[in-house]
Design a protein around this ligand. Sequence first.
Ligand SMILES: [Zn+2]
Length: 351
Amino acid sequence: MKDQVRALREDFDRELKAAGDASALQALRDRYLGRKAGAITALMKALGALGPAERRVAGQELNELKTHVESGLDAARDRAASDSTAQRLARERLDITLPGRRPPHGRRHPLTAAREDLEDIFLAMGYEIFDGPEVEDDYHCFEALNMPADHPARDMQDTFYLAEGGLLLRTHTSTGQIRYMLSNPHPPDVRIICPGKVYRRDDDITHSPMFQQIEGLVVGKGITLGDLKGTIEAFLHALFGAQFPVRFRPSYFPYTEPSVEVDLGCVVCGGKGCRVCKQTGWLEIMGSGMVHPAVFEAVNARLGRVVYDPEEVTGFAFGLGIERVAMVRHGIDNIRLFYENDLRFLEQFPG
Ligand SMILES: [Zn+2]
């Protein structure tokens, strides 16, 4: 029995060293301590055949072996468990010094940026922003602006009519002039800009059936053409830089008298002449003029009383295309680029 116990102990020690993982350890445990087929269990059963003295000695040796095997297996199991934990921790180690992943940031569309810059300039000059509806009626879009039904100036704008109710998509933000004057909280004084989308049947490389305008209207006592010129010059210099000259040319709009077109010295060539300014050195940038007395009279008629007396108050109005501003600003020659949502185009702008 003594030799058998020693041999078993040597076998166990050797096999324990070779056992690499938890399942090998479990197999080892079964082989030595298993209740049915375990080697130590078998020897324990054989004790009964020995004489009392011999059984006591052998029993003691067997118990020591059993304790040795159990503690050896337990220690090996703990080691295996802590090894695998260490391995897992090593595998899952976080490098907290790595910079985080930045989600891609959006940016303002070049047209939004242009509109907000325009708004900022006029807000700084004490203007308020007025929003009007894009679906309009004939009165606000044409009639009140001195364009009765048979007026030839309508031909340039005659555009998208809705099937019902005499409604149409507004062709200019000048509708905002009428809507504001009708609801003016402090008549007869007005100082507004009205930015927004407008719709016309134009469609070529510099015109789109939908584009954005900013309308401006100033009304009060003693407003003159000099105020118009000073305001527009200050605004264009704030937007493009004071180094560019501003030029006023006589023009015609039904709702202003006198009317002027405003040109800006070409921002691309500085006035020498280039493709963008068609070799003229000037860029057409906006239209404006003194409010036609017929517009005041149309508003008074709708209000049913004289709020804007053409003998007392005067005003000026102006309008410009936001796309036009963005195109001049960035040297863009095709208006369609603004609407195609091509990131290769949009990502070129600071936003
Ligand atoms: Zn030029």
